[in-house]
Design a protein around this ligand. Structure first.
Ligand code: C5P
Length: 222
């Protein structure tokens, strides 16, 4: 029988990855970070921009794009042609391009196919923008994780600062607001709350509190 599928959707910086990672560890589920796939496509597109010039180029690129995913509960590592690209995909510039390539139907289809393949017979916690609406509509537990724009920008600023990045908080807020707008307003699989999803506003909560709420929702379904 298929094991449980849990989805967490929401805007940028809401804490989806942090929560999904913790829950994966606690519940022995595979953590699926869908944004990393869009980021990987974006990173390769930056390095080889000729592929994005027309739709045939894009199709060819995706057909030969060998993304190897080594998935662990702590997160995952991505390899292209044997090269570890995991570090590069977190760059704020790559975030911006990711949300642009994510508007393209062939890219989305390619990511969806990879995700469903990896999810196989379940036992996963998948995080992104369209996990509960589009990729895993059959998921037993769907969560929509939200927070105010200011708090999301502040959390992202802290995270980037810890990595030695010196971007101003206001610049990050602008970036996130623009990415949210693009993700919500696009034609292909826009960010929206899946039917039947549990809405969690984490503006005033710490990670532990959100984790506890999620555990309460998921544990009865396992
Ligand atoms: O989640 P993360 O911020 O890493 O995602 C980067 C970008 O990838 C998002 O801004 C969004 O445009 C795109 N994305 C998406 N659908 C998903 C996950 C991410 O369109 N399921």
């Amino acid at each position: 029988p298929r094991r449980v599928i849990v989805t967490i959707d929401g805007p940028a910086g809401a804490g989806k990855s942090s929560i999904a990672k913790r829950l994966a560890g606690r519940l022995d589920l595979l953590y699926l970070e869908s944004g990393a796939f869009y980021r990987a496509v974006a990173l390769m597109a930056v390095r080889q921009p000729q592929f994005l010039r027309n739709s045939q180029g894009l199709e060819d690129f995706l057909a030969t794009f060998q993304l190897q995913v080594v998935s662990k509960n702590e997160g995952f590592r991505l390899f292209v042609a044997g090269q570890d690209i995991t570090a590069g995909i977190r760059d704020p510039e790559v975030s911006r391009i990711a949300s642009q390539v994510a508007t393209l139907r062939p890219v989305r289809q390619w990511v969806h196919d990879r995700l469903r393949q990896i999810a196989g017979s379940g036992g996963v916690i998948a995080e992104g923008r369209d996990m509960g609406t589009k990729v895993f509509p059959e998921a037993e537990v769907k969560i929509f994780l939200d927070a105010s724009l200011e708090v999301r920008a502040h959390r992202r600023w802290l995270e980037l600062q810890n990595q030695g990045n010196t971007l101003r908080e206001n610049a990050i807020l602008e970036d996130i607001a623009q990415r949210d707008r693009r993700d919500r307003e696009r034609v292909e699989d826009p960010l929206s709350m899946p039917p039947g999803a549990h809405y969690i506003d984490s503006t005033a909560y710490d990670l532990k509190r959100v984790e506890d709420i999620c555990l309460h929702l998921i544990q009865p379904c396992i």
